[in-house]
Design a protein around this ligand. Structure first.
Ligand SMILES: NC(=O)c1ccc[n+]([C@@H]2O[C@H](COP(=O)([O-])OP(=O)(O)OC[C@H]3O[C@@H](n4cnc5c(N)ncnc54)[C@H](O)[C@@H]3O)[C@@H](O)[C@H]2O)c1
Ligand SMILES: [Zn+2]
Ligand SMILES: [Zn+2]
Length: 344
């Protein structure tokens, strides 16, 4: 594989750790377009190896978490002060290639299942260099997406009741975020008991095994018959979306952070309930985060012992084990397998 030298506004990162996110699996399975060959891996931390002309935010040797959102600053969302909805998030202009010159599509503009990766300088967010790389890497996607889905998109307020459907890496980050933000009840729902144990560890006050109980009825029963103020769908299938929709209290919020696994999936909602219940139905890309603002906040929570990033690291693997890690995602055996590159 060939990684070009960094051009203007580009940096090469020496990848030290990269988590295996379910979104990589969606890419592999064709759920996110067909621009094969993909270079997967988008949840990474490492050191800046080299910088191109005009790069001022990082220098060689800096420890960074790689972001898949790097607002342009000039599109209509950025200009309206909403850079988390940027239409033109920046990526490296040059492409990484196979040795025969075949251009690779870097997953989410990153492609970090490799020792080096080329990104736009603004995708490199400098963080405290003392942080454990396997933990920091997870902020680059799943933990930030889940945490932000609850705290930023879902706007958890002290005293809220929150339910999270799907307690994988993303869902448990939503559970942690809700708990840190002061939710009085956090309900974790999954179809695998091991995941529910993790959910309790990350702050779920109650858990529901959706293979044994109807999650909508069970959430209502736990919330005095009303439903939750916020339901996060961290699975992204029509059936979980409908459950999230129905399990809300009057004027409750739904936040969908799970990516639909197949293109063309549809969801049917009872119109009278859409109107009658009020509230909001939102989707959350990357937890509506602004990486330069929010990554250091999560690192700080980690360093203070409030956000258990280490708890998300289920196993350390080599880059040759990614396929096996995908099988473990399918079997729901891990929160995160993390590829670690040992320096030569
Ligand atoms: N929106 C974003 O910015 C963003 C970022 C990262 C990941 N994602 C997406 O979030 C989703 C979760 O990612 P992850 O890495 O945590 O995946 P994961 O596979 O680790 O977690 C998914 C969890 O959902 C559970 N589950 C499956 N079907 C269920 C059902 N019917 N009811 C309840 N639980 C069920 C699984 O057992 C598993 O624990 C994926 O779709 C991923 O692509 C979105
Ligand atoms: Zn923009
Ligand atoms: Zn991801």
């Amino acid at each position: 594989m060939h990684v070009p030298d960094p051009g203007p506004e580009e940096v090469v990162i020496r990848v030290e750790a990269c988590g295996v996110c379910h979104t990589d699996l969606h890419y592999r399975d064709g759920g996110i377009g067909d621009a094969f060959p993909f270079l997967l891996g988008h949840e990474a931390a490492g050191r800046v190896e080299a910088i191109g002309a005009g790069v001022t935010n990082v220098a060689p040797g800096d420890v960074v978490v790689v972001a898949w959102r790097a607002p342009c600053g000039t599109c209509r969302s950025c200009l309206r002060g909403r850079p988390w909805y940027c239409f033109d998030s920046q990526n490296a202009r040059q492409r990484m290639t196979l040795d025969d010159g075949t251009e690779l599509t870097a997953a989410l503009g990153i492609g970090a299942f490799a020792e080096f990766c080329l990104v736009h300088a603004r995708q490199a967010v400098k963080v405290d260099p003392s942080v454990r790389r396997e933990a920091a890497a997870l902020i680059g996607c799943g933990v930030m997406a889940g945490f932000g889905a609850a705290v930023t998109t879902g706007a958890v307020a002290p005293g809220d009741t929150v339910a999270v459907i799907g307690c994988g890496g993303v869902g448990n980050a939503a559970i942690s975020g809700a708990s840190i933000a002061g939710a009085r009840m956090v309900i974790g729902i999954d179809v695998v008991e091991r995941k529910l144990e993790w959910a309790r560890r990350f702050g779920a006050t109650h858990t529901i095994d959706a293979t044994r109980e109807d999650p909508v009825e069970a959430i209502r029963a736990l919330t005095g018959g009303f439903g939750a103020d916020l339901v996060v769908d961290a699975v992204g299938r029509p059936e979980t979306y409908l459950q999230a929709f129905l399990a809300r209290d009057h004027a409750g919020r739904l936040v969908n952070v799970g990516v639909p696994p197949e293109q063309g999936m549809t969801v049917e909602l009872p119109m009278s309930e859409v109107f009658g219940r009020g509230g909001s139905l939102r989707s959350s890309w990357y937890g509506d985060c602004l990486p330069s603002r929010d990554f250091p906040v999560l690192i700080d929570l980690y360093r203070k012992g409030r956000l258990d990033l280490d708890g998300f690291v289920s196993e350390i693997i080599t880059v040759n084990d990614v396929e096996a890690a995908f099988s473990k995602i399918v079997k729901s055996e891990v929160l995160r397998s993390v590829v670690v590159f040992t320096p030569r």
